[in-house]
Design a binder for this molecule. Structure first.
Ligand code: TMP
Ligand code: MG
Length: 211
């Protein structure tokens, strides 16, 4: 393959239940990668800044209702609308740290009882992450964290269902579980130990999800 793909940025995705510490760790990781001289950008799904993202935000805030199928497809569309920018950055050598991705899309929808295979379809063909960091945290601890319960899915029983689906989705060939308990610094060290070899290795050309 081309030099371009050999020098491309790596796609690092964080997944996990609400309040598992993903956003904090994403920010720490970006800071660390930049300090070590890498180009790195932080992205987040849902991206609430687009018009589709605004519809998603209204749904999560319980301002509007949507059929389960509709909101599922909006979450997926919100990823697809970010794909050109992501590809350009990766091929330009920028590492991407992404707070949630297609796995959240499947886990939260399937936790409502939707068919998992149906839920997977709209995300087929998205750029495949080079590494997924799956953050775990004891549900009691997660629900005690600031602001838990503010949005539609932040209910302990529902999060338990989401966790079950995430466990089914885990693919040991490119997933790594990181325990979110401990200090921010300790968890960050564990995260960095997983990410460091990925950013410095040649992962080959970009791949697509589930193809
Ligand atoms: P956030 O808390 O990371 O901003 O995500 C908002 C909520 O949306 C969170 O409860 C997870 C949920 N979600 C989905 O249901 N489907 C998706 O595709 C994504 C990315 C998030
Ligand atoms: Mg949330």
């Amino acid at each position: 393959y081309s030099t371009m793909s050999a020098n491309r940025g790596k796609l690092i995705v964080f997944e996990g239940c609400d309040r598992s510490g993903k956003s904090t760790q994403c920010a720490k990781l970006i800071e660390r990668l930049r300090k070590e001289g890498h180009k790195a950008e932080l992205l987040k799904f849902p991206d609430r800044t687009t018009s589709i993202g605004l519809m998603i935000n209204n749904y999560l805030a319980n301002n509007v209702d949507q059929r389960d199928e509709v909101i599922h497809l909006l979450f997926s569309a919100n990823r697809w609308e970010g794909m050109q920018k992501m590809t350009n950055l990766l091929l330009g050598g920028t590492h991407l740290v992404v707070d949630r991705y297609a796995y959240s899309g499947i886990a939260y929808s399937a936790a409502k009882g939707m068919d998992l295979q149906w839920c997977r379809q709209p995300d087929i063909g998205l750029t495949k992450p080079d590494k997924v960091i799956y953050m775990t945290l004891n549900r009691d601890k997660a629900s005690e964290r600031a602001d838990f319960g503010g949005e539609r899915y932040e209910k302990k029983e529902f999060q338990a269902k989401v966790e079950k689906i995430f466990e089914q989705l885990q693919d040991p060939t490119y997933w790594q579980v990181v325990n979110g308990e401990g200090t921010i610094e300790d968890v960050h060290e564990n995260v960095f130990n997983v990410v460091s070899p990925v950013v410095s290795s040649d992962c080959g050309p970009l791949k697509k999800l589930w193809t």
